[in-house]
Design a protein around this ligand. Structure first.
Ligand SMILES: Cc1cc2nc3c(=O)[nH]c(=O)nc-3n(C[C@H](O)[C@H](O)[C@H](O)COP(=O)(O)OP(=O)(O)OC[C@H]3O[C@@H](n4cnc5c(N)ncnc54)[C@H](O)[C@@H]3O)c2cc1C
Length: 443
């Protein structure tokens, strides 16, 4: 297998050349740092409202997590609905699930309006239970969906076989309004829409510091009324808020196109995007041209401080998946790539306005394209004064001073990796944050 991000091949037909790096000193209404799903959503909203926007990225648009992702567009990211409900109650679950749902809707709206190609395919989500623990999690998920009145279908091991070519899973819960996407091509589509709308984009432009209203890059600067910060892999030298984020490493691989027989055996009913109930889960979905994307990792590689790049981990994931899905036995996987997802201690995004510089708005640690799109768009609408008053609640859910099981100061003793892992585990399986206990409202 070749180590290469498969989505790069989709750039071969892209019309836009690389946008030049920023040189010299410039001014704008809004400068946006980072052109992943969050920064692109923020930039497009501001551009649509006629603001003079400059978007900066040290890579290309979508060149980091967004353009490496598997392109599952599902509201479920690292937190299942039942886990959110346990923590925040029914109303909290409704509020929070609505955020990525709206992120997906916004992405669909942009694809529809600007007509760009991005291999958008409709694929229901299927959460698969492994063993008795998995059955319990799937049941909890079904019950949470029922309580909230969200559509779903439950499957036991027998009925599951009518929609998936496997007898390895104990049960599953399926729900609609989910999609698969080539998120790198999507980023290029939004980039085109931004350029057509009059925004200025500088790629290969590394932001070094923010001084007052001025963003300094390696070859220039932008001074703006408002600064929206959506960069990833934050270093302390760029922002003191780098303490808010750590990362999880995951691996992806793509197969050659499945034969019609293999495809129909795997998905006898409709294409599905699937993941299982293990803590370090395996996930897979078909692309529009019937290749299979497979992702996963190991506990050790997920939370490792430094990247692991060899093929051994993803080869192990593929071997395990082939045992669960025997129809894949002869399928060849041709490329793989690792990627790091920024995340916070409790797997919810962090969105806030810098109290010392209220013109600087942060969107950090969004796990999932829909969450990132929603948060980038929300912050832009806040900046523009277009957000609904009730949307201020998201600044409460996503505030940067919310509480965690293991306090941040202990990182000095225990290390960031261990403290993040413990807090992730706590947030997923045990944390209860009823609104009354929730962090203060501020925006
Ligand atoms: C392998 C992999 C698979 C994934 N699969 C899925 C999936 O199937 N579905 C899903 O919903 N999510 C998935 N994710 C997660 C998802 O990709 C991210 O949660 C999402 O893309 C985050 O978007 P973002 O805009 O916040 O960050 P990013 O996409 O990381 O964007 C941040 C941008 O900031 C730029 N930047 C950083 N520092 C600077 C600087 N100093 N100056 C200028 N620019 C800077 C970066 O170049 C980057 O483009 C996956 C992630 C990975 C890595």
């Amino acid at each position: 297998m070749l180590e290469q991000n498969w989505w790069y091949t989709s750039l071969l037909n892209v019309r836009d050349p690389l946008q030049p790096p920023l040189r010299g000193d410039h001014e704008a209404d809004v400068v946006i740092i980072g052109a992943g799903a969050a920064g692109l959503a923020a930039a497009l909203r501001c551009t649509e409202r006629g603001k003079q926007v400059i978007l900066l990225d040290r890579n290309i648009c979508g060149g980091s997590s967004t353009g490496k992702s598997a392109g599952f567009l599902t509201p479920d990211s690292e937190l299942e609905l039942s886990q959110i409900e346990r923590r925040f109650g029914l109303q909290g679950a409704r509020d929070l699930w609505d955020a990525p749902v709206r992120g997906i809707q916004r992405m669909l709206e942009l694809v529809g309006r600007h007509h760009f190609p991005c291999d958008l395919v409709k694929e229901d989500s299927l959460f698969l239970g492994v063993g008795s623990g998995g059955s319990r999690e799937v049941r909890e998920e079904s019950e949470a969906r029922k309580r909230l009145g969200f559509p779903y279908r439950s499957y036991d091991a027998g009925t599951l076989r009518s929609i998936l070519g496997s007898s390895a899973y104990s049960c599953g819960v399926r729900y609609p309004d989910c999609y698969g996407i080539d998120a790198l091509l999507y980023s290029q589509g939004v980039k085109r829409a931004l350029l057509d709308g009059g925004a200025t984009i500088h790629e290969s432009t590394s932001v070094r510091s923010i001084e007052g209203h001025t963003v300094r890059t390696h070859m220039g600067s932008v001074t703006a009324k408002e600064i929206i910060f959506c960069a990833d892999k934050l270093r302390p030298s760029l922002s003191k808020y780098s303490t808010n984020v750590y990362h999880a490493q995951t691996f992806l691989s793509i197969s050659e196109p499945l034969s019609d027989r293999e495809y129909r055996t795997l998905f006898p009913d409709e294409p599905l995007q699937c993941w299982d109930s293990r803590l370090i889960y395996t996930y897979f979905r078909p692309t529009g041209d019937h290749r299979l994307l497979v992702g996963g990792g190991t506990l050790w590689s997920t939370y490792a401080a430094n990247d692991t790049t060899g093929p051994a981990i993803i080869e192990q994931v593929i071997r395990k998946l082939k045992r669960a899905l025997p129809c894949l036995d002869g399928v060849r996987f041709i490329e793989y790539w690792p990627g790091r997802i920024d995340m916070t201690r409790d797997l919810l995004p962090t969105v806030f306005r810098d109290p010392e510089a209220p013109w600087v708005h942060y969107v950090l640690g969004c796990v999932g394209l829909p969450w990132a799109t929603f948060c980038g768009d929300l912050v832009a609408r806040m900046v523009l004064g277009d957000a609904q008053p009730e949307e201020r609640k998201y600044y409460r859910y996503f505030s940067n001073d919310r509480g965690f099981l293991v306090p941040i100061w202990l990182e000095r003793v225990m290390g960031k990796k261990l403290v993040f892992t413990l807090n992730n585990w706590w947030a997923k399986y045990h944390q209860v944050t009823r609104p009354a206990q929730g962090p203060r409202a501020s925006s």
